[in-house]
Design a protein around this ligand. Structure first.
Ligand code: NDP
Length: 499
């Protein structure tokens, strides 16, 4: 398919929910959708009321019960999912534009990363669907015991604002691949690209009602969704505090829950590393996606023997990062997603100083780019791991560097965190690498490489980074339940009661 040319894409004046294949028309509480590049209102978000949430869940429930999607053949579902991926490719410039205007994520990052990832999510699960198999036990004489996988029902899919479409589409693809229906709830800050994606799903052949959308504030729309008795399971990506509220509500309804939360991930650089590569990786690890990444390598632990060389190069490169209009293909760092978030990130400069950390570069809102929500890429040197900038997720272009002397210290510091999402290690010394794999307590270790994902493999964290995993088999386990069936190979004699 050919790609739609990058014409002037329009942003809808009003964004609503999407239920039973149509935008919901009802009026309601209105929120401004802002372009973080200049603080301008670019659309109005009409919040889905609890009544609309109810309609969305009922629509998903009806679609599930009548089997309009789950009873289709695997081949038919695969074909539709591949078509979704193809349509994402066709509309990738438009989706990137909407996401960029709404979130401030640079176009180059969206075009190379998040939008292709959206298509990949659907292609991946289409292929996975054709490959995964149930189980069979034949050890019980006279029986074949089959273990089948059944869709759970209606999934509530709640996503954050830092990678709205890439993360929400992973949830949608995983949920519907196995026959579930769903209701999505994106962040009120970034509804645009996910709303457009709903139309592409229907165009690709996903039956109306299988994927629905509600929009609005987390405490209103999100809470109504999680608490709704028609919801069977909840997949959430977001912050740890919100996760606690959602856990309580989902727990009340005994709903299975998957939580992908934040991190304060260690990026450990040993003197035995190829330092140039480690610096490239460290820059990418903290500054890509404007630093707003759950998997950011935000705590850079550097062995003291190479600390000065590391700082000199890292700071020089950080100062050269191109900050600016996220639509400009040359821009490396765009604005942060919303003003309050930018101000929160900026507040950590004083927090760092108060703990005795040294600000190496950046440290200020970018006055030249006001009224956009820009913050200069920042690096601080902390004295030790107790500083708050080592312990709290800042979620912006804010690197904390901490020195260490021995491998024991490095691994102890890496693990001395409330979080345990991912980790990075840079060394050419094989035994150190192997120790890192065994000693680091996190859901992922990237060795001598920045972040890459293999969707076959599980992704998720431990401790305050959440529980549950996304990825081929992990998603299958979450979005299905096991049903055991026993089939006699020869008809067994049945004891005849009352004969
Ligand atoms: P939040 O927790 O604030 O919000 C996440 C989503 O939950 C939003 O859609 C939000 O809606 C919604 N929400 C808020 N309150 C409730 C509620 N009471 N009930 C139901 N839904 C609710 O996180 P952020 O959007 O600020 O995202 C940033 C966080 O996400 C960071 O901590 C980051 O590390 C984490 N994250 C984790 C990833 C992972 O894979 N582990 C990936 C990406 C981000 P609204 O915004 O409208 O209030």
């Amino acid at each position: 398919m050919s790609q739609v040319p990058a014409a002037q894409f329009s942003i809808p004046e009003r964004v609503t929910g999407f239920v039973e294949g149509r935008c919901t028309g009802a009026g309601g509480y209105e929120l401004e959708v802002i372009h973080p590049g200049d603080g301008r209102r670019i659309a109005t978000l009409v919040e889905s009321s609890p009544a609309e949430v109810d309609a969305a869940v009922r629509s998903a429930r009806a679609a599930f019960e009548d089997g309009r999607w789950r009873r289709q053949t695997v081949e038919a579902r695969q074909a539709v999912m591949r078509q979704v991926a193809d349509l994402v490719d066709v509309h990738r410039e438009e989706l990137a534009y909407l996401e960029c205007m709404n979130s401030g994520i640079p176009m180059r990052h969206l075009q190379r990363g998040q939008i292709p990832r959206t298509a990949h999510n659907f292609r991946f699960f289409a292929e996975f669907l054709g490959q995964h198999a149930g189980k069979m036990y034949d050890q019980t004489e006279g029986y074949l015991t089959l273990v089948l996988r059944e869709p759970v029902g209606v999934a509530a899919l709640i996503g954050p604002w830092n990678a709205p479409l890439a993360l929400t589409s992973m949830k949608i693809a995983g949920a519907i691949a196995f026959g579930n229906s769903c209701v999505c709830k994106p962040s009120e800050v970034t509804p645009l690209a996910v709303a457009r994606f709903m139309e592409l799903l229907v165009e690709a052949g996903v039956p109306p009602g299988v994927v629905n959308l509600v929009n609005g504030r987390g405490g209103v729309t999100g809470e109504a969704l999680v608490a709704h008795p028609g919801v069977d399971l909840v997949s959430f990506t977001g912050g740890t505090q919100t996760a606690r509220r959602i856990s309580a509500s989902a727990g009340e309804g005994l709903k299975p829950l998957s939580l992908e939360l934040g991190g304060k991930s260690a990026n450990i650089i040993f003197e035995s590393a190829d330092l140039e590569r480690a610096i490239d990786g460290a820059l990418l690890g903290i500054f890509s996606n404007n630093g707003q990444q759950c998997l950011a390598g935000s705590r850079i632990l550097v062995q003291r023997a190479v600390l000065d060389r590391f700082i000199e190069s890292f700071v020089a490169r950080t100062r050269r990062l191109r900050l600016g209009d996220p639509l400009d293909p040359a821009t490396e760092i765009g604005p942060l997603a919303f003003r309050a978030h930018r101000d929160r990130v900026a507040s950590y400069v004083e927090v760092a100083r108060a703990d005795g950390a040294q600000v190496l570069c950046g440290g200020q809102a970018e006055a030249a780019l006001e009224p956009g929500f820009f913050f200069q890429p920042t690096a601080v040197l902390a004295q030790d791991n107790r500083a708050r900038v080592c312990r709290e997720e800042i979620f912006g272009p804010f690197a904390t560097i901490v020195p260490f002397d021995t491998a024991d210290q490095a691994f102890a510091m890496a693990n001395d965190s409330e979080f345990g999402l991912v980790s990075y290690v840079w060394t050419d010394h094989h035994p150190t690498l192997m120790r890192a794999l065994s000693d680091i307590r996190a859901g992922m270790v990237w060795a001598n490489t920045p972040m890459t994902r293999d969707l076959r493999a599980p992704f998720g964290g431990i401790k305050s980074s959440g529980y549950g995993r996304e990825g081929g088999e992990s998603s299958m386990k979450f979005y299905t339940y096991e049903k055991t069936a026993m089939l006699p190979t020869v008809l067994p004699a049945i004891p005849r009661l009352g004969a």
